[in-house]
Design a protein around this ligand. Sequence first.
Ligand SMILES: Nc1nc2c(ncn2[C@@H]2O[C@H](COP(=O)(O)OP(=O)(O)OP(=O)(O)O)[C@@H](O)[C@H]2O)c(=O)[nH]1
Ligand SMILES: [Zn+2]
Length: 213
Amino acid sequence: MNPAPASQATAPTAHHRTRPAWRGTGAVAEPDLERATTGARILLEALGIDLENESMARTPERMAASFVELITPRPFQLTTFPNDGGYDELIVARSIPVRSLCEHHMLPFIGTAHIGYLPGERILGLSKLARVLEHFSSRPQVQERLTVQVANWLEAQLGPVGVGVVIEAEHLCMTLRGVQAPGTTTITSSLLGVLREDSRSRAEFLALTRPPR
Ligand SMILES: Nc1nc2c(ncn2[C@@H]2O[C@H](COP(=O)(O)OP(=O)(O)OP(=O)(O)O)[C@@H](O)[C@H]2O)c(=O)[nH]1
Ligand SMILES: [Zn+2]
């Protein structure tokens, strides 16, 4: 099989159409760094920030580049292998770091994800669990949608028996500003297939995602 990049691989499902029809999924069109730099300069100046010093002269450019970096997913190959050994237990990647941008404030949310599946006929290269998470994290997001997008992508690409995704994250818009509730984390989950339907499989997956005592 000729592996397709994620952007192509995600094309067939309703949730992941190619740009720009991805409206509503948080996906973005090609960024324009020059306009973003102009915009950042306008924003900073409107905030009353003095950019006329050596340290901040290039801040609009850095700020624009930082946002571009945060909304540009790194392409990856979808590498799957036949499940020749007939492995039929859970495969879980625990504590994968996650960072994304809250789409309401464009402030980061940061945390960890646990992603697992019960394989069918094919298994996935392990690193791809972290890569698919990064793919959907690299856009303005709400945590709920990120969680569901990762789970749906795995289900569509792999045809597994079950999929589970749990994300726990701190939203800086909630801890640094606004309600200012430091220490708060938000947990979301998406369980599909047997992990949704069968209470024992579900409990086993959720137990594996709990932090070690
Ligand atoms: N459901 C969900 N809400 C989020 C997420 N990230 C941020 N929010 C919330 O988005 C909401 C936006 O609410 P608004 O009332 O329009 O914004 P705001 O006036 O800045 O709200 P405060 O944060 O309460 O000051 C806030 O309650 C945020 O906590 C997310 O991933 N999922
Ligand atoms: Zn926010």
